[in-house]
Design a protein around this ligand. Structure first.
Ligand code: ADP
Ligand code: MG
Length: 331
């Protein structure tokens, strides 16, 4: 069982950034308005995610770390209309299989918090502790007992960069939530939770980059277009003068989920064709919305890949939006 747990965990938990992504998504699912992420040594030593969400009642705490325990899907057909990030009930169980896990949680109407610790897959009896309402999950010594996984981790600063990208994407996906990321004691990201994407970009990428980004101008609405509002693209793009040596500053969000897509990244880059040098990459934060029935997010356990029923439509919408915006800003 321990071995099976570790193998299954490997599918979801590949590196510190995967832990952070799962914990932050749980915080957002719990309705958090504020999420604080702390890591040490790229997340290998410590990952801590604190939120002010609805918490976990003490009696449900042991259940939360059991495999396939989820409070989020009640009927099978709910999966099609999924609005929460989580639904498999696998994340906490997977993390517990490969690290020391401590959860301290207090629902707002509860007088105190309950704490649960799991070490090497062994769960200690819950205790009562003082804490503010919300949930804090602390993960220590990730992969300490999984040498194969540990060997595969990169240097701390590289793992920290992966974590930063996850938190950046989550913060940009949810501008109404305040995010903070502290890495080895240094604040590397802080957003204001104002709900304004422009402000959020300042908090995520810093004021210098944000100053060279412009909001996407919505393309003229064609009321005769039968596909109208099938796909919309909003967000911010960097001016052609703002380029990077890699694609770290390209964030694609589909229905508020961060996705990785070669073809949609290519659509974006093509819109900059001849405006920026070969080997340089644009900066962009794109919020793409498509009708949920045109989307299949359930492709891989980590949900980073999505399939569209008609990807060409999304591809074209990105190009139209970005080209239209850039023409208004280039002489
Ligand atoms: P899933 O998110 O797929 O339901 P997880 O293993 O990530 O599965 O979490 C298990 C359960 O623990 C969740 O369904 C939820 O009830 C509870 N939970 C986890 N994290 C939090 C949190 N930060 N706030 C409130 N409840 C949480
Ligand atoms: Mg989850």
């Amino acid at each position: 069982e321990d071995t099976i747990g570790k193998i299954a965990a490997g599918e979801v938990i590949e590196r510190p950034a995967s832990v952070v992504k799962e914990l932050v998504e749980n915080a957002l699912d719990a309705g958090a308005r504020s999420v604080r992420v702390e890591i040490r040594a790229g997340g290998r030593e410590l990952i801590r995610v604190s939120d002010d969400g609805h918490g976990i009642p003490a009696e449900e705490l042991p259940l939360a770390i059991q495999r396939h325990a989820t409070s989020k899907v009640t009927r099978f057909d709910d999966l099609a209309r999924l609005t929460s990030y989580g639904f498999r009930g696998e994340a906490l169980a997977s993390i517990a299989a490969v690290a020391e896990l401590r959860i301290v949680s207090r629902p707002p109407d509860s007088p105190h918090a309950a704490s649960l610790v799991s070490r090497n897959g062994r769960v200690e009896p819950p205790t009562t502790v003082p804490a503010a309402p919300g949930t804090t999950v602390t993960v220590r010594d990730l992969f300490a007992h999984v040498p194969a996984r540990r060997a595969f981790l990169r240097q701390d600063h590289t793992e920290a960069a992966y974590v930063q990208r996850v938190v950046q994407a989550c913060a940009l996906a949810a501008p109404e939530v305040r995010f903070e990321l502290v890495s080895d004691g240094r604040t590397v990201l802080a957003t204001d939770g104002s709900g304004d994407l422009g402000n959020t970009i300042v908090g995520v990428f810093g004021p210098d980059i944000a100053a060279e980004m412009v909001p996407i101008v919505p393309p003229a609405d064609d009321e005769h277009d039968p596909e109208r509002p099938a796909v919309t693209v909003s967000g911010y793009v960097g001016l052609p003068t703002l380029t990077r040596g890699n694609r770290q500053h390209i964030i694609l969000l589909v229905n508020r989920r961060w996705i990785e897509s070669r073809s949609l990244t290519f659509a974006l880059e093509q819109a900059y064709h001849s405006l920026i040098m070969v080997g340089r990459f644009p900066v962009a934060v794109l919020h793409i919305t498509v009708a949920p029935e045109r989307l299949d997010v359930n492709v891989h356990p980590t949900k980073r890949e999505v399939r569209f029923s008609d990807e060409r439509l999304v591809f074209a919408a990105i190009q139209r939006a970005v080209r239209g915006t850039l023409t208004q800003h280039t002489p």
